[in-house]
Design a protein around this ligand. Sequence first.
Ligand code: RNT
Ligand code: ZN
Length: 424
Amino acid sequence: MYQPEVSAIQSAYEEARRVYAALGVDTEQALKAFETVGISIHSWAGDDVTGFEKHENVHSENTVTGNYPGAARNGAELRQDLDQAMRFSPCTHRLGLQSMYAEPKTPKERCDYDVEDFRDWIEFAKERHMAVDYNVSYFTHPMMKDGCSLASPDDEVRAYWVKAGINGRRICEAIGRELGCRVFNNTWTPDGTKDNTADRMGYRRRLKDSLDQIYAEPLDSRYLCDCMEGKVFSIANECFTAGSHDFYIAYAAKHNLGLTIDTGHFHPTENYADKISAVYPFVGGLMFHLSRGVRWDSDHTLIQEDGLFQVFQELKRADLLGRDNVAIGLDFFDAQVNRVTAWIVGLRAAGKALLAALLEPTHLLQEAEAAGNLGKRMALLDECKNLPVNAVWDYLCWKRQAGVGPGWLEEMDRYEREVQFQRT
Ligand code: RNT
Ligand code: ZN
C-alpha cells in the first residue's frame, strides 16, 4: 500500500504552514491545542454492548446488527483491541467505560459495584495517561422491567437502579481522584413505551424522583461531571421516551448538571451543532457522543461528514475546546464490520474534524462579520473548505506514529487474522 515518503510529508506540511500563516493561523499552535482536547473511545463497541456479566436471556436495549467474528470476550481482549485502535489515532484518548464492564473478584450485582471492581481498567488508563468517562449501564439486565429502569412503575426496579446510579457517581469520583482527572458520568436510560401511554407524567415524575435521589449526594466536582443524555426515541419506544431532550435540558439547567448531546439522537434534519450555544450558557457541562445516525439513531460508525465538522467548528468558534466542562466521546456500534477498524475510522474522523476546526481562521470570519462584510464572510467560509488540512493531518499522524494514509489497513489485516479471528 502507498506510504508517502517522510520528506514528502514534511515538505507538504511546510507548504501548508505557510498557507495558514498567511491567514494568521499558527499550525504549531493548532497542533499543541489538538493535544489538549481528549476524545473518549467507547469500550462498548468492542463487544456489541453485551458486557461481561453473562446474564442468560436478557433483552438488549441497544440495537446492534451483525455478527462479524472476533468480538472481545473479556476485559483483557477488550483492552487489547482498544490498544490496537489507539495505535492508529493521533488523538489524546480518554477511556469510555460502562458499568457492565466491571471485573469483580467474585460475582456481584451491578448496583453494588465499587471502584475496585474497575481496578484493571484504572491501571490500563493510568499506564496510558488517559482520563476516564463512565456510564452506569441502565440496560441489558434482568432488573430491567418492560424496558424500564429509573422510570419504572415498579418500586423494586427503581430502587435497584437508583442504587446503581448512586454507586456509579462514587466510582467516578474515586477514579477521578486517583487519576487526577474529571470523569464525565453519563446517564442514559432506554425507559419508554412502544405504544401510547396514558401516563406520560407518571413516567417523568418517577424519572425525576430517581435522578433527585442519585444526585443528592454532594461529591467533588473537580473529579466528576454529571451528564444526562436524551433522545427522540428508541426502537421499541416509538411512542414515548421518558428521557427526552426537553426533559434533560430542563433537569440539567435547573440543577446545573451536564447535558450529553448524542449526534444520532435527533431528527435527521436537526442541526445538533446549533445546540451548543443554545444550551451551554444554562447547563453545568456538555458532553458529546459522536455517532452517525442514518435516517434514525442507527449508530453507524463515525465518518467525515459535515455534521461532525460543524460540531468542532462550533466548539472552536465558541472557545469551548479544551475546557474542563466539555467532553467529547464516540458512540457507535456496528457488528457487520471489524470493530477495531470502526474505532480507528471513528477516531481518525473525529481527530481530523478537530484539527480542521483548530486550523480555521475564525478571527477572519468573525472580523468580516463584525464589520458587516457578509460577502467576505461567505467567501472566506467557502475558501476555508479547501485549505490544506490534510497536509497538517499527515504530519501529525507521522509525528505521533499513528500511520499516514490508509497504510494502517494492512496492519489491521494482520491483527484480524492473528488476534481477532483466533477467538473462537
Ligand atoms: C443509546 C445511547 C447510549 C448508549 C451507550 C451504550 O441510545 O446513545 O449512549 O449508546 O450508553
Ligand atoms: Zn449515546
